[in-house]
Design a protein around this ligand. Structure first.
Ligand code: AMP
Ligand code: MG
Length: 394
């Protein structure tokens, strides 16, 4: 049995990006840039007036003049105007290019209206209220770096440089597959010995939240039919997330079938609870995460392994929180323990985790009352209040 750390390293070793594709700026939110974004011209592209008011030639002001008659009016969106008479001013608006012959803008708040013009009644300095051409960035400067995840604030930059089409990393096509003869569809009434399948819909919804669309399939516990169906599903998907059929039961056929399909097993069974029977393997560019079927096990494996994998293929950001253990935990088995916990932020800003043990990995209601898993690494029997651990939010 492999350690959690080794298992994660193996999972991440398979994570090469899936290539790139071009998306519209309107669909770019949340995607990861596969190209650098350059300034198509200087930023700002002209000496931009930043206040509504007047512009003047400062040298005239420096000679002691305070009253300026208005020569003309310049709005944002009109071409650059010229101040012809240096003793006068131009009324000019925010967003307009500074008038030629002027070098200082005085906002209306610092002016008093006089007959035919304005009197400057507050102190000013040369060059005031002008956002100089190229003062943010020169033409051709890199504004956004490749590999950056696109947030709404980045859309500003993409739009301002006229990028309508953007190269981003491809998302994986994911098949989510349940297996087990005891499972029936949600809308069915289960017999006394059956249950409704729930796991796969949890996984699919979680993927949807991450902006990844998936198809759901189901396998009965029959080795040959699993072989046939999986073989055909593999043609159309990059990643298979399976739940169930990887434990030591007589009808847990998944590992054997994956072997027959030519998959390389990177590991089977990890020193963790829940989720110990997790099987992981790859064939060419395809990867299979075969999680054990119990809902809490599936959830733990998804967060611990699939989320970092997604991060590595540049699809999703992933930063587990650091939290402070707020309740002492005793756990004897030589396994990493993913304990369900709720977290609360203390006044000093630290997150404090309260562990509440559910009723085992089949208890799917318990996680609904928690915030996530706190990862308590093996090698300790008592985890003390105040110790800091990683936390994976559901
Ligand atoms: P398995 O990993 O196939 O041994 O399944 C472990 C437990 O999880 C069994 O009690 C299954 O009935 C249950 N289980 C398996 N798949 C699902 C599923 N898709 N939804 C809910 N429970 C499941
Ligand atoms: Mg099963």
């Amino acid at each position: 049995m492999i350690s959690v750390k080794e298992a994660l390293t193996k999972v991440l070793s398979t994570a090469n990006n899936l290539g790139t594709e071009i998306v519209s700026i309107h669909d770019a939110i949340g995607r990861t840039l596969a190209e650098d974004i350059f300034a198509d011209r200087a930023m700002p592209p002209f000496d931009r007036v930043t206040m509504d008011g007047i512009c003047i030639d400062y040298t005239f002001y420096a000679q002691g003049h305070r009253k300026f008659l208005t020569e003309s009016v310049a709005a944002a969106g009109s071409p650059t105007v010229t101040l012809h008479d240096q003793s006068k001013c131009i009324e000019i608006m925010t967003g307009a290019p500074l008038a030629l012959g002027a070098d200082t803008v005085i906002r209306y708040e610092d002016l008093k209206a006089i007959e035919g013009g304005f009197e400057i009644v507050e102190p000013i300095y040369q060059g005031k209220n002008i956002h100089r051409k190229g003062s943010d960035h020169k033409e051709n400067a890199i504004l956004l770096n490749k590999d950056k995840k696109i947030k709404a604030i980045d859309i500003n930059v993409l739009a301002s440089v006229g990028k309508t089409k953007i190269s981003v990393y491809k998302k994986p096509k994911v098949a989510v597959i349940s297996s087990g003869d005891e499972l029936v569809e949600i809308e069915n009434i289960p017999a006394s010995y059956q249950i409704r399948k729930s796991n796969v819909y949890m996984l699919q919804s979680r993927l949807k939240e991450l902006g990844i669309y998936s198809n759901v399939f189901h396998f009965v516990d029959n080795s040959n039919s699993i072989y046939e169906e999986l073989n055909s599903i593999l043609q159309d998907f990059d990643v298979i997330l399976m739940s169930g059929g990887v434990s030591k039961g007589k009808f847990d056929f998944i590992p054997e079938v994956l072997d027959r399909l030519g998959f390389e097993k990177l590991f089977h069974r990890v020193a963790q609870r829940p989720g110990k029977p997790f099987w992981f393997g790859q064939k060419d560019e395809k990867v299979v995460f075969a999680f054990p079927g119990n809902p809490v096990s599936t959830l733990a494996c998804f967060h611990k392994y699939f989320m970092p994998w997604l991060y590595q293929v540049r699809v999703q950001s992933y930063n587990p929180l650091k939290v402070v253990l707020g309740t002492e935990v005793r756990f004897q088995p030589d396994l990493d323990y993913f304990a369900q916990a709720s977290i609360e932020q203390a006044e000093d800003g630290r997150w404090i985790a309260t562990v509440k043990h559910g009723n085992g990995s089949g208890d799917m209601v318990s996680p609904t009352q928690m915030d996530g898993f706190i990862e308590l690494p093996r090698g300790q029997e008592v985890y003390k209040v105040g110790q800091i651990f990683e936390f994976m939010k559901f």
